[in-house]
Design a protein around this ligand. Structure first.
Ligand code: AMP
Ligand code: ZN
Length: 668
């Protein structure tokens, strides 16, 4: 009996490892996400019932959880070198000639690879298992980021095939452009400043303290270099293939070529086609294929003599900085924008580039009249990457960030630990007012038909609305005199507003534009409290009891409802008929057996998934708490729950239920 459980666990692990590999390494899944999740759940359940079979390399462990306060310094077994750069065919031909002088007149084969733009990483494997992951650091020693790297799905935790007992493999952690843009969309949605570029976001992710947070980021790991004693191959190209066989992600774009002309062809091809790749590259790396040649060539103080990076001419242009404008977002965040002399860049005319924030501005030390370099990365807005100092005229002075809001003249504030300046004039600053109304009517919020962002601005400028509640007082007769508003479009607008009384509470809550309350958080809060009046009464302490609500969100919610003006707005919206509570059939109301009870669930369960448990608690009118406190009424404990939680529950005398006992409790 116990043998067959063990066998099932092992075969599920093996199957899931394979599916994981097919999905994340080969980009060629063979089963549906649903089937995958079913198997993963089954494995989770079996593992929690049979903790003696725990394995840190199990596919169930990819979600992270380990927290690293200080990253330990690790000395690299072999130094992580840098690469020499070349920028032209001449540079590459000179490099070849230098090598021929050392090697004599041998025929050199080359491997051409793409130069992935991310954060370098060195992975150590012992007996086919990931042992350590270390950042490049200064090349001699780096930071141990193993807990974080273990969550990256394309990093194999267990190898396959015929691998050496011990070796290091190096590569680059990248954030593919699609994933990066998704992360930014989510930030913009909650009114936050987006990340500047994929590379910095990738390296920043490696240094996050909470590995569960890293697990949520769509990072990828691309490998290119194996180091070890007695490796079973003699060339770089074979090494890449071997790494693939062991389960690593090694991009197929790598190519073995016979001469420098073929290297040029490779470069020319990818200079054009790199924009079709899922991740960013800033060049090509050319490597001598033969290990014996590599050995003879050796290293300079900084880099291998047998490898050379070729940097693509970045799609860069030079232009003159004419002025800086400061944009005010809906949350009051100020973004400095460079106004440039129009210049052609990658097929479009560029007139503006983002400078992100005050720190970025002073780091670049851009000044009015400077000639600056502009580049287009994977992002939509071009960026300034530097100043052409040779063209700086004397007498220029460093730019000073503004002290007052360009729109309403309020004095700006900058909160500790934040990069962005803010205009605090919540009620009187026009772009904030318009921005909030635009957010209110946007697609994921109230989605009001017949009303768009430009019309909102028009309504505001004509004194017809000053907040989103004013929308519901509008009359067709007031709209008619406006530009572009005919009878029909005016009626449509009013109709759209009337229709919006059917929008469910969670979207109305999101529409209110409370800072940090995005779509998902709004859903959580709406389902938990069910009613805006209940939500409005909560303290920060209560709010952080809710699953997935942190202190930052809690503070923001409390301060929103503290403001008299917001309470008045909500009252008016209620009178207009908007939904401010969840009707019981929406939550699949079953009973009120758990009314008034806060229940924390912890550990892994067999009868229910965690999500099902949460739904059950809510269906019986209870609340799901996120952490154990004096306000917790019950703890439903599964397998593998943290000992500290258990201890806390015991100390506070909180009844601890098994899932079976919980099922009894909600029965009949
Ligand atoms: P640099 O930082 O400009 O000196 O470039 C050297 C870095 O390029 C290395 O440390 C690697 O992290 C990175 N790199 C990216 N792709 C490759 C590749 N295919 N082969 C070698 N190094 C690469
Ligand atoms: Zn302002």
């Amino acid at each position: 009996m116990s043998k067959s459980v063990y066998e099932e666990i092992m075969s599920l692990r093996e199957a899931l490892t394979t599916y994981n590999y097919e999905y994340y390494v080969l980009d060629a899944p063979t089963i549906s996400d649903f089937e995958f999740d079913q198997k993963l759940k089954r494995l989770e359940a079996l593992e929690s019932q049979n903790p003696e079979y725990f394995d840190p390399d199990s596919p169930t462990q990819r979600v992270g959880g380990a927290v690293t306060k200080n990253f330990e310094t690790v000395v690299h077994s072999h130094r992580m070198y840098s690469l020499d750069n070349s920028y032209s065919r001449e540079d590459l031909l000179e490099w070849e000639a230098r090598m021929q002088r050392i090697l004599g007149d041998v025929k050199l084969e080359y491997v051409c690879e793409l130069k992935y733009d991310g954060a370098s990483i060195s992975l150590t494997y012992h007996d086919g298992k990931l042992f350590k992951a270390v950042t490049r650091g200064d090349g001699f020693q780096g930071d141990d980021v193993t807990a974080n790297v273990r969550t990256i799905r394309s990093v194999p935790l267990v190898l396959k095939g015929n691998y050496p007992n011990t070796f290091d493999i190096r590569g680059e952690i990248v954030l593919p452009i699609l994933g990066f843009n998704k992360m930014n969309e989510a930030l913009i949605e909650i009114g936050e400043a987006p990340y500047a570029n994929p590379r910095n976001t990738a390296s920043g992710s490696l240094k996050l303290q909470d590995s569960a947070e890293v697990a949520k980021r769509p990072l990828d790991c691309l490998l290119y270099f194996i180091i070890g004693a007695d490796l079973p191959f003699n060339t770089q190209f074979e090494a890449l293939q071997a790494a693939r066989n062991w389960g690593f992600k090694v991009p197929r774009e790598a190519k073995l070529v016979q001469d420098m002309q073929a290297v040029f062809d490779y470069i020319d091809y990818w200079d054009v086609h790199r924009h079709d790749l899922p991740y960013e590259t800033d060049g090509v790396v050319v490597k001598v294929n033969s290990f014996s040649h590599q050995q003879e060539l050796g290293y300079t103080a900084k880099s291998p003599r047998w490898a050379m990076a070729y940097k693509f001419k970045s799609e860069q242009a030079e232009s003159v900085l004419e002025s800086i404008s400061y944009q005010v977002g809906r949350t009051g965040a100020i973004t400095p924008v460079a106004n440039l002399q129009p210049v052609l860049l990658a097929g479009t005319t560029v007139k503006r580039a983002s400078l992100h924030n005050a720190d970025q501005m002073s780091k670049l030390d851009v000044r009015l009249g400077d000639t600056v370099f502009v580049e287009k990365g994977g992002e939509i807005i071009p960026k300034i990457t530097g100043v052409n100092m040779s063209k700086r005229t004397s007498g220029s002075t460093p730019l000073v960030f503004i002290d007052n809001c360009p729109e309403c003249d309020s004095e700006l504030v900058r909160n500790e630990g934040e990069a962005q300046h803010f205009c605090p004039n919540y009620l009187g600053c026009p772009p904030q007012i318009i921005g909030r109304i635009q957010h209110f009517i946007s697609r994921k919020a109230m989605d009001i038909e017949g009303l768009g962002g430009e019309t909102v601005a028009l309504l505001y400028e004509n004194g017809l609305v000053e907040n989103y509640a004013d929308l519901y007082d509008l009359q067709v007769s007031q709209l008619l005199p406006l530009e572009r508003m005919a009878q029909k479009s005016s009626e449509n607008l009013i109709n759209g507003l009337q229709q919006s009384v059917n929008v469910p509470f969670e979207r109305v809550l999101y529409a209110l534009g409370i800072r940090y309350v995005g779509e998902t958080v709004a859903k959580k809060l709406a389902r938990h409290y069910k009613n805006i009046d209940v939500l409005a009464q909560q303290t920060e302490e209560n709010l952080i009891e809710v699953d997935e609500i942190g202190i930052r969100i809690a503070q923001s919610v409390v301060s929103f409802f503290q403001k008299q003006e917001n309470r008045i707005l909500i009252e008016r919206l209620k009178n207009a008929g908007l939904q401010f509570e969840i009707l019981s059939d929406e939550t699949h109301f079953v009973s009120d057996r758990l009314a008034g009870k806060t229940i924390v669930i912890s550990g892994v369960f067999t009868m229910y998934s965690r999500e099902e448990l949460k739904n059950l608690i809510e269906a019986h009118s209870g609340r799901v708490g996120s952490s154990i406190s004096a306000k917790t009424h019950y703890l439903v404990a599964g397998e593998n729950m943290g000992p500290s939680k258990l201890e806390k529950a015991k100390k506070l005398n909180i009844p601890i239920l098994t899932e079976g006992a919980f099922a009894e409790m909600i029965k009949n």
